[in-house]
Design a protein around this ligand. Structure first.
Ligand code: SAH
Length: 507
């Protein structure tokens, strides 16, 4: 038996909201060689690992025999022999009803080094997101976490509750399927039937649902509403506080299903802002920036009067080309920079460059007018425009009509990602309320991936939101007319406009 070369980290992923992963957990994921996870882990968390890391799903799949706990233990031991950093992600906390103890014992038994990174367990995370404090002065001075799933002869079974703190808060895990049985056991143990209680389904997730009632009536209520796993049951006076402390469901986009179509590595801010408002996100990367830009010379930079940058990609490829060609940044001296959007200006700012112009309106004639106001008549001026291969903009033509000499450099490609066809089916199943386009290529590519029939199906359920008129035009050309277009074309304004639209729809 070869010795382990690596270490296994048992990491708690929290109860659902990816923001509840610990800093330590994130740090380890970022350097993991392999990530092993199951279904209670939020889908975005394994994605934190670098692109080359291996991801292994060990949860139940409809078409496969589930792995046993022994299989998982053996898998972790094997992986530690092959990789330096193995992250085993578990929902909530690894040591709270997560069988993390068993996995750690398997590692200890095989002599594999390991570390435990605690997580926010559902009993604390889902209750907090439901507005139920598990202890409260005057109402509950203890809290007990109980499994609702143990066999009746098990000493940990709820039917043996007389052993437990019966005046405090009880939190049952794994109780969706045995709710009635468990609540009856609590009453049999002496808790009055009128004791407040709550079921929290998918706590700390955009689909969180909380059903409240008394011990006597809760099971029937939950059954009527079809409460499903994962769900927790909270029993005790504290459950009453939810009426005043409910907060999670009050967020402006709570539960709204939103499709984000940006390129994967560009979507973080948009997703964060939407999630903060409670939206349920479906990530559909429709754009992949081809990292190997078409080799086309930029020309002598100092000979240009203007460089027009139509997107963050344009900024990035300009600098990538300059670096590849050994061009010094000082050759931009004296060249005016026009950033077509605030985000593009921000990308320049990050490179310590100030845009000379960020037009108020993106309509081509207006951009040309503003350029002339800032830099004099365009006639005879040389303009450089790094542009996407398959992009489409009226601006170069308008500038040429005014006598400018425009050099378009096909710098990068907004290609359709390879795995997008698979996602297309799942998109309609997700039944989105909104689809958000933060670029023209995202809209155009989605139309191309879906084709006319599925696009038509999508327009029947979803409202489209576009960051600006160019993206809106591209969406409209693909049959997806945008009802939401913010006055200022930034990600923050887009999210604000979406929330405002939603509030109106609800009113
Ligand atoms: N280790 C996990 C628990 C795993 S046992 C933790 O610390 O949270 C699985 C049970 O946890 C589920 O049956 C359910 O009772 C509970 N649970 C996990 N995530 C939950 C969530 N988001 N909302 C409600 N209950 C959850």
């Amino acid at each position: 038996m070869s010795a382990a070369i690596g270490k296994v980290f048992l990491v708690g992923a929290g109860p659902g909201d990816p923001g509840l992963l610990t800093v330590r957990g994130r740090e380890l994921l970022e350097r993991a060689d392999v990530v092993v996870f199951d279904h209670l882990v939020h889908e975005s968390i394994p994605g934190i690992a670098r692109a080359g890391a291996e991801r292994i799903f060990v949860g139940k799949r409809p078409d496969q025999q589930p792995l046993t706990q022994d299989d998982i233990g053996r898998l972790l031991v094997t992986l530690a022999r092959e990789h330096a950093c193995v992250v085993r992600l578990k929902g909530g906390d690894p040591f709270v009803f997560g069988r993390g103890g068993e996995e750690a014992l398997a590692l200890a038994g095989a002599g594999v080094p390991f570390e435990i990174v605690p997580g926010v367990t559902a009993g604390l995370g889902a209750t907090a997101y439901a507005g139920i404090p598990v202890t409260h002065r005057g109402l509950a001075s203890s809290v007990t976490f109980v499994t609702g799933h143990a066999a009746t002869d098990d000493p940990c079974s709820p039917s043996r509750l007389d052993r437990l703190h019966l005046d405090g808060t009880l939190v049952f895990y794994m109780s969706a399927s045995r709710l009635e049985e468990n609540l009856r056991a609590v009453m049999a143990a002496g808790r009055p039937p009128e004791t407040p209680a709550a079921v929290i389904e998918s706590g700390a997730q955009p689909r969180q649902r909380v059903v409240t009632g008394t011990l006597a009536e809760l099971a029937a209520r939950a059954a009527t509403l079809g409460v499903q796993s994962p769900a927790l049951v909270v029993v005790g006076e504290v459950a009453r506080l939810r009426d005043q402390l409910k907060w999670f469901e009050d967020r402006p986009l709570f539960g709204r299903r939103v499709v984000v179509t940006r390129a994967k590595d560009r979507a973080a801010e948009l997703i964060r802002l939407l999630r903060e408002r409670g939206a349920d996100i479906f990530e559909f990367p429709t754009v992949e920036i081809d990292a190997s830009p078409v080799a086309a010379p930029l020309g002598e930079l100092s000979a240009y009067a203007w460089i027009v940058l139509a997107s963050i990609n344009a900024v990035e490829t300009l600098f990538a080309r300059m670096a590849a060609d050994g061009v010094d940044a000082r050759s931009l001296h004296g060249v005016r920079l026009c950033a077509i959007s605030a985000r593009t200006a921000e990308a320049l700012h990050q490179r310590a460059l100030r845009a000379d112009l960020t037009p108020a309106e993106y309509e081509s004639e207006n951009v040309a007018d503003e350029m002339e106001r800032a830099g004099g008549p365009l006639r005879g001026q040389r303009v450089l425009m790094p542009r996407p291969e398959i992009g489409r903009s009226a601006l170069p033509g308008v500038l040429r009509a005014r006598g400018a000499e425009v050099h378009e450099v096909p710098a990068y490609e907004a290609a359709i990602p390879r795995d997008s066809a698979q996602l297309a089916g799942a998109l309609l199943e997700f039944a989105p309320d909104y689809v958000v386009f933060s670029s023209a290529s995202a809209a155009r590519n989605l139309g191309a991936i879906l084709g006319p029939a599925r696009t038509a199906a999508l327009t029947r359920v979803a409202v489209f939101a576009a960051i600006g008129p160019i993206a809106a035009q591209s969406a409209a050309d693909s049959g997806m007319s945008a009802a939401v277009v913010p006055a200022r074309h930034t990600i923050a304004e887009l999210v604000a406009a979406l929330a405002a639209h939603d509030a109106q729809r609800r009113a």
